[in-house]
Design a protein around this ligand. Structure first.
Ligand code: PLP
Length: 395
């Protein structure tokens, strides 16, 4: 007789173990708008796990634009972008995004994850190679896996000698280097000056995922390419609207012919419904606010600098963070879960990151900041991290 397909579910005990230990951190219930202070599971928490970098997710103008779009276009696009799901509002934000990142054209997918799936699936096929950083986001890996026969070759995180080794090994094949601009867990920045030089040397294309860099670094918040003044050397820019842009959705920007190709080939573009109007309206307003209020980005940068300095003074290892993502190494997975719970009980909502996302014994509490955190919030966070870190022997 065959093995019961559901047996693995019955034998999956990790969640029960964490719940029984009282430290289960996932799927917490948010009961208010998300800002530096948010109601979670019935009580107010100071949030250090949000990607709402510019604090726009509860901005009145963004909410109003979202509501207006729903009123004008209804609540759903009711079909694929390919057929009936493209509105003039989708096209408007695509033009705005392409202009922001200095590319000829852009296309808006329904999520950031979908945009990596779709663009990467379309761009690399049989006999061609994705060259990826080992710490690239999961949606990049998923996009490579969706390829019609493309291979994947990985290099050690931000290690340029290893990138060159991998490029040399695959010389002669068509290659696409794919990197995060700011890495989502580590908070460090891709070494674009050297990556672009190597891309030129080996005639490889370059694709940069700006999910965590849009709104955060570069001219007008346009990301890593602009931060290094090398946007013209980035062939394909990907970004998501779920972080600084206070919505959901994913952009791919590039030359017009490349965008045309992706939008007619990518299955995650064709076989899913378009981003709902309310979400597109929010993106439209958030892009305007991002341009009109550079002080948000400046505040975010100074907050990140201050927190890095203060965490180091407390004795935390902030790894290689160069951004508002500050990961704190705490030790074993169980220490991370315990620390998460103690922080939560003290009124701080953070994220534990455990194996297999990090090597054994190097679990982190990932913290990230918003332009709308006040000095009082930051002092509160530091005070709680000091208390809990000492109680657990992490610092
Ligand atoms: C680097 C990176 N790329 C892509 C994505 C996917 O974006 P979204 O959550 O908007 O689908 C994320 C989301 O966490 C990310 O961190």
């Amino acid at each position: 007789m065959s093995v019961d397909i559901f047996e693995k579910c019955m034998e999956f005990h990790t969640v029960d173990d964490l719940k029984n230990a009282g430290v289960y951190p996932y799927f917490r219930r948010v009961e208010s708008q998300q800002g530096p202070e948010t109601i979670v599971d019935g009580s107010k928490k100071v949030v250090v796990c949000s990607n709402n970098y510019l604090g726009l997710a509860s901005h009145p103008k963004v909410i109003e634009a979202s509501a207006e779009a729903a009123k004008k276009y209804g609540t759903s696009g009711t079909g694929s972008r390919f057929l009936n799901g493209t509105s003039d509002l989708h096209e408007k934000v695509e033009r705005k995004f392409a202009k922001l990142v200095g590319k000829e054209a852009a296309i808006l997918f329904t999520t950031g994850h979908h945009s990596n799936l779709g663009a990467l699936q379309a761009l690399v096929g049989k006999g061609e190679v994705y060259i990826t950083d080992k710490l690239d986001h999961a949606s990049i890996i998923d996009g490579c896996r969706l390829s019609f026969g493309g291979e994947m070759a990985r290099f050690r995180h931000n290690d340029m000698a290893d990138l060159e080794r991998v490029l040399k090994k695959n010389e002669g094949k068509a290659m696409l280097i794919v990197v995060d601009g700011i890495f989502s867990m580590e908070g460090d920045i891709a070494n674009l000056p050297e990556i672009t030089a190597l891309a030129k040397k080996y005639n490889a294309g370059l694709y940069v995922d700006e999910a965590h860099s849009l709104g955060v670094i570069g001219e007008n918040g346009s990301g890593t390419g602009s931060y290094f003044n090398m946007q013209k050397d980035v062939d394909v820019v990907m970004a998501t609207a779920s972080k600084s842009l206070a919505s959901i959705g994913g952009f791919i920007a590039s030359g017009a012919k490349i965008i045309d190709y992706i939008k007619h080939i990518a299955r995650p573009m064709i076989f899913t419904a378009s981003l709902p109007p309310a979400c597109v309206g929010a993106i439209d307003a958030a892009l305007d606010l991002m341009a009109a209020e550079p002080e948000r980005r400046e505040k975010l940068t100074s907050t990140a600098e201050k927190m890095k300095k203060e965490f180091k003074l407390l004795g935390y290892d902030t790894n290689h963070s160069q951004s508002p993502i500050i990961p704190l190494t705490v030790g074993s997975d169980m220490v991370a879960f315990k620390m998460w719970k103690m922080l939560f009980d003290e009124g701080v909502f953070a994220s534990p990151v455990v194996t297999p996302a990090v090597p054994e014994g190097h679990a982190i509490i990932r913290t990230s900041y918003m332009a709308t955190h006040t000095d009082d919030h930051l002092s509160f966070i530091l005070d709680k991290f000091s208390k809990v870190g000492k109680a657990l022997g992490v610092i």
